[in-house]
Write a protein that binds this ligand. Structure first.
Ligand code: NJP
Length: 224
């Protein structure tokens, strides 16, 4: 049975991906800061298939301890979905909130890099797969968007990581959603994608033959 670690698993895209991964036969390690939500998801997925670990991705030592606990329980780590992230409050330079900018940089960029480093040895040992949640905002020019800048950083890091990992037999896939109706937003987004739409893309990348790497998947709603 293959194993997968998902960061940002308590809601939205991460939680939907956990459901799809268990359906596909993975055992999943779910992490985020809200342990109660993770425990609810474990109860839904079954304790034999899933484990919950509270962890703030900004804390590298906590991520190392979290990975050690996953390896103790599951023995190996085949896939890592580095997905934790948050969005912008206010827009642009004038309207932006500097505390929110700091959180976005520390979580969306550094937290994701910490996840990769904390899991590196296990994923290389498994000749496994990294999936990174970037964004279409990391491929488009959006005036003044600091959120977009954090996702451009994920795009650039993903490209560089792919070349580092290729020689180690590890795949790297950038998942680049358009707007998805999740708790990232304060109000419902009726024309947006669903979290399950993105989970489908993650499972598509994971289901490819050993010699095939889906390097980058851009997903957007047909009607915006
Ligand atoms: O949002 P949401 P999404 N340490 O709020 C966790 C990207 N994206 O599913 O810690 C650890 O439901 C948080 O859990 P908690 C987006 O940038 C989205 O939409 O308990 N975990 C929750 O599980 C992000 O990278 C759209 O609060 C932390 C999860 O992250 C990814 O998709 C478009 C954390 C966020 O889930 C998932 O977001 C796009 C921390 N410090 C890219 N901070 C979109 N929705 O339209 C947060 O292009 N989390």
């Amino acid at each position: 049975m293959k194993t997968m670690l998902i960061t940002g698993a308590s809601t939205g895209i991460g939680a939907a991906t956990a459901r799809r991964a268990v359906e596909a036969g993975y055992r999943v390690a779910l992490t985020a800061r809200s342990k109660a939500k993770l425990d609810g998801l474990v109860a839904e997925l079954g304790e034999g298939n899933a484990m919950a670990l509270a962890c703030d991705v900004q804390d590298f030592s906590a991520q190392q301890a979290m990975v050690a606990a996953v390896l103790e329980r599951f023995g190996s780590l085949d896939a890592v979905f580095a997905n934790a992230g948050l969005g912008a409050k206010g827009t642009g330079t004038a309207g932006g909130d500097v505390d929110n900018w700091r959180e976005m940089v520390l979580t969306n960029v550094l937290g994701l890099m910490f996840t990769v480093k904390a899991t590196h040895d296990a994923v290389v040992a498994a000749r496994g797969h990294y999936l990174l949640t970037g964004s279409v905002a990391g491929r488009k020019v959006l005036p003044g968007s600091v959120y977009g800048a954090t996702k451009w950083a994920v795009t650039g890091y993903g490209y560089n990581l792919r070349e580092e990992m290729r020689e180690k037999g590890v795949k790297v896939t950038l998942i680049e959603p358009g707007m998805v109706d999740t708790p990232l937003f304060d109000e419902p987004k009726p024309n947006a994608l669903t979290p399950d739409d993105i989970a489908g893309a993650v499972l598509y990348a994971l289901s490819q033959p050993a010699n095939v790497m889906a390097g980058e998947i851009w997903i957007e709603p047909l009607n915006r």
